[in-house]
Design a protein around this ligand. Structure first.
Ligand SMILES: Nc1ncnc2c1ncn2[C@@H]1O[C@H](COP(=O)(O)OP(=O)(O)OP(=O)(O)O)[C@@H](O)[C@H]1O
Length: 363
């Protein structure tokens, strides 16, 4: 199932949306600064605002088509929307909250499906509790479960963890990975946290001032020095796929990449698993020769593929390490002193401690 969106809508004299993008099954991240128009797009797709003109289709079938006069009401679109706040009913137990959306749509009870969703989201122990006793992460999972139980054709998550601290957000990411891998639905995921987007999304749509600034496969966008400027040079970083090796007594686990081996803390996947590893561009140091007598364990032989001079003092360097792509952020002064140029062979040095659990996929 693929969602296609093409719409124009003036929200105020100062702000208009004009966007077009596709969302196939898997996670499509809508990424952009506050006020870029992310939530308004979700509201339009959900049928909560009526665009001035455009078409919104699922596998070619319109739920909205201004030219043809089609505008299905929200409940007939069968799209699940989870807001920033979980919006659970305080007087109902978690179990009754879960069933509420289904009942409101007149769908029959589905105990087997419910058990499956409860298991996937890890909320079995919460069923008899009231929402007031839940942590933010638990409440977010219940809200996602309630939306899933309505058998949506599409799931939209509008920064469902905006109010959670970093540790709670990290806790919930594995559940979202399971949802992504097992639900088989297109998921529109609104976020302005790049590590989360890198971990979950297959596609990224970067929004600015109501427009699509750039859209494409996540792996390509995250490794592209020019796109890094739009994603935010401080947080930008490529995602590489490695194979988990042995764990040493000091807790560092080998992760083998074509360009070399990383030794990383906090790897939970078992030996032999393939896991994504996000390496922030600002955590990579470049050297012309493999350095000796250095505390960093992680060195990858790479070649400079492209250079992008940003607005500030930084240069974003695109590197290829075998079939992998990596980004490094250096100062323009260093780039010049090193004579960085396309095709030059360099060693990329990554600090182990710079890579945290949020940067590693579950495998
Ligand atoms: N009902 C409305 N009437 C007028 N202007 C609106 C309305 N809703 C949103 N806007 C404006 O549209 C712009 C986009 O808002 P929107 O909430 O879609 O952005 P966002 O990218 O989701 O931001 P955030 O990350 O802060 O949630 C903002 O300038 C906002 O003030």
């Amino acid at each position: 199932m693929t969602l296609s969106v093409a719409l124009r809508h003036r929200l105020s004299p100062a702000f208009a949306l004009e966007v077009a993008f596709d969302a196939p099954p898997g996670v499509t991240a809508l990424f952009g600064r506050s006020g870029a128009g992310k939530s308004s797009i979700l509201r339009a797709v959900a049928g909560l605002i009526r665009p001035d003109e455009g078409r919104i289709t699922v596998d070619g079938a319109p739920v909205f088509d201004s030219a043809a006069g089609i505008d299905l009401p929200p409940h007939r679109r069968r799209f699940g929307l989870v807001f920033q706040e979980p919006r659970l009913f305080p007087h109902l137990s978690v179990a009754r909250n879960l069933r509420y959306g289904r009942r409101a749509l007149g769908l029959p009870a589905a105990p087997a499906r419910e058990a499956e969703i409860v298991e996937m989201l890890g909320i079995g122990a919460l069923l008899s509790r009231r929402p007031s006793g839940l942590s933010g992460g638990e409440a977010a999972r219940v809200a996602i479960g309630r939306a899933l139980l309505t058998e949506p054709r599409l799931l939209m998550l509008d920064e469902p963890f905006a109010s959670l601290d970093a540790a709670r957000r990290e806790e919930i990411l594995p559940y979202l990975e399971r949802l992504r891998d097992h639900a088989g639905l297109p998921i529109l995921f609104v976020s302005h946290a790049l590590p989360e987007v890198a971990r979950l999304a297959a596609r990224i749509v970067v929004l600015g001032d109501g427009h699509v600034l750039r859209a494409g496969p996540a792996a390509e966008m995250l490794a592209d020095p020019e796109a890094a400027e739009l994603l935010g040079p401080r947080e930008a970083g490529a995602v590489l796929t490695g194979t988990v090796g042995a764990t040493a007594e000091d807790g560092l686990t080998e992760v083998h990449l074509p360009g070399g081996t990383l030794h990383l803390p906090g790897v939970t996947a078992g030996e032999g698993a393939r896991i994504p590893v996000r390496i922030a561009a600002s955590d990579v140091i470049l050297a012309l020769e493999p350095p000796r007598g250095l505390s960093a364990l992680n060195m990858l032989r790479c070649r400079v593929a492209s250079l992008h001079r940003g607005k500030g003092p930084g240069v974003m360097v695109g590197l290829t390490c075998g079939p992998d792509a990596l980004l490094a952020r250096v100062t323009a002064r260093s780039a010049e002193a090193m004579g960085l140029a396309e095709g030059l062979e360099v060693t990329a040095i990554v600090k182990s401690v710079a890579i945290g659990p949020a940067d590693l996929g579950g495998g």
